[in-house]
Design a protein around this ligand. Structure first.
Ligand code: NAI
Length: 399
């Protein structure tokens, strides 16, 4: 039985998915350091990690048998993706399994800030009975401005409309407006109209500091800002000024320019202690449901890649999805992307009289990937010759 190793308490559903597909699954409930990981990978074809295990080139190079690596999280910075590709190791992650969790947190914060709930809560814990309607509003009928209309922004749009909010959005890319949402041509247009502005842009370098004093000034007096995207997007000095001046009536921040690395480490921010400001420790996507979705999603990608060679949504290999035909064998050939490799692969097949039943090629950077379906009967030399081509990075025979 091939062996999979799952680290860092990946959700148990991942183990079920892989075990059902015939994998022997070993689990370790914590992250491993480089030395431990290199030793633990002996004989392992599938590795699953979360964000705390570093997988540098030095580890990957010692694991030539490692077919695929699953990051059971969103980011893949902890993995040397180029080294993995050079080793013929496919890497998968879960780019949108926690989308709904972030959306629900945004909704909770929109309502909490619009009703000043955390302020009332804090006062009552301090023994102060402050029963008043001043500055508290329904969200129904108010205008939500979504900046970044991707996976999260667009789903938030739908849920916010269900609450009766009017939705505007601004995105630098062309996006389909869902429901009754209205696209704004510029960020300034959105800022001039929105009662609540919520940021869901991605982490491209150009977004560093994109929301500073100029943007905050253009927001409506008494409006609310929520950042659940990336810490470096908002200028916190300017944000603090606009909260203290009363220009903003509420703020929620889940992501910070620098965040503590480990559980329980001290946290500091110039936003601490400000009125009607909700601070949360980067938990927008952190729910048990999201963990389960991530476990199911990534384990399924690993299972499918191993069984059929499908690389859909792999973060480092060319994307290929050839419909599976049980009556064939499939040759999954990863190779250096240089001219003539496909001809050489097909030359080997032709020399041995092997009929090609289906074939698909894709390239990405310096890697090429070709899936070839052939009849079940062929000489073993075919596989040996394909594996021996000097351009071959990895050859797998899938049945
Ligand atoms: P996505 O990639 O699907 O959407 C991002 C959208 O922002 C794209 O449509 C893009 O065109 C747009 N965009 C980029 N720069 C822009 C700009 N300057 N102005 C306007 N639009 C811009 O990403 P997804 O999955 O919706 O995630 C959004 C953000 O949320 C990411 O930064 C992600 O890291 C963060 N995130 C935070 C979590 C948390 O725990 N707080 C959990 C999950 C995601």
């Amino acid at each position: 039985m091939p062996t999979a190793l799952l680290l860092e308490n990946v959700h148990p559903v991942a183990e079920q998915v892989l075990a059902t597909a015939g994998w022997q699954v070993r689990t370790v409930p914590r992250a491993l350091d480089e030395v431990e990981l290199a030793a633990a990978l002996d004989g392992v074809e599938l590795l699953g990690i979360r964000s705390k295990t570093q997988v540098p080139a030095t580890v990957i190079e010692k694991a030539p048998q490692l077919v695929a690596l699953g990051a059971f999280c969103i980011g893949t910075n902890q993995i040397d993706l180029r080294a993995a590709a050079a080793n013929g190791t496919a890497v998968f992650n879960a780019p949108f399994s926690n989308t709904r969790s972030v959306v629900e947190m945004a909704i909770a914060e929109i309502i909490a800030l619009t009703r000043r709930l955390t302020q009332k809560d804090r006062a009552l814990h301090d023994g102060i009975w402050d029963k008043s309607a001043n500055g508290a509003h329904e969200v129904r009928g108010r205008t939500l401005g979504i900046v970044g209309y991707g996976n999260i922004g667009s789903q938030l749009s739908v849920v916010a409309e269900a609450l009766g909010m009017r939705v505007l959005f601004y995105d630098t890319a062309d996006k389909l407006a869902l429901g009754n949402a209205r696209r704004c041509a510029t960020l300034d247009e959105l800022l001039a109209e929105a009662d609540v502005v919520t940021l869901h842009v991605d982490g491209r370098p150009g977004n560093a500091g994109m929301f500073g004093d100029a943007q905050l000034r253009r927001m409506r007096p008494g409006s609310i800002l929520i950042n659940l995207s990336r810490g470096f997007v908002v200028d916190h000095e300017a944000l603090r000024e606009h909260v203290l001046s009363g220009h903003l009536s509420g703020v929620a921040v889940d992501v910070f320019p620098t965040e503590p690395k480990a559980q329980g480490e001290p946290f500091d921010s110039i936003l601490r202690g400000l009125p009607n400001v909700i601070l949360t420790p980067h938990i927008g996507g952190s729910t048990e449901e999201a963990q389960e979705h991530i476990g199911m999603f990534v384990a399924s990608k690993l299972r499918d890649y191993c069984a059929t060679g499908t690389t859909t949504l792999s973060v480092n290999l060319p994307t290929l999805d050839l419909p599976h035909r049980p009556e064939n064998h499939r040759l999954a050939h990863l190779h250096h992307n240089i001219p003539g490799v496909l001809a050489r692969v097909n030359g080997v097949l032709a020399d041995h009289g092997v009929n090609v039943e289906g074939q698909l090629l894709a390239t990405r950077g310096d890697l090429g990937y070709v899936l070839t379906d052939v009849d079940l009967a062929y000489a073993p030399d075919v596989v040996a010759e394909l594996a021996a081509l000097e351009e071959t990075v990895r050859l797998r025979v899938l049945s």
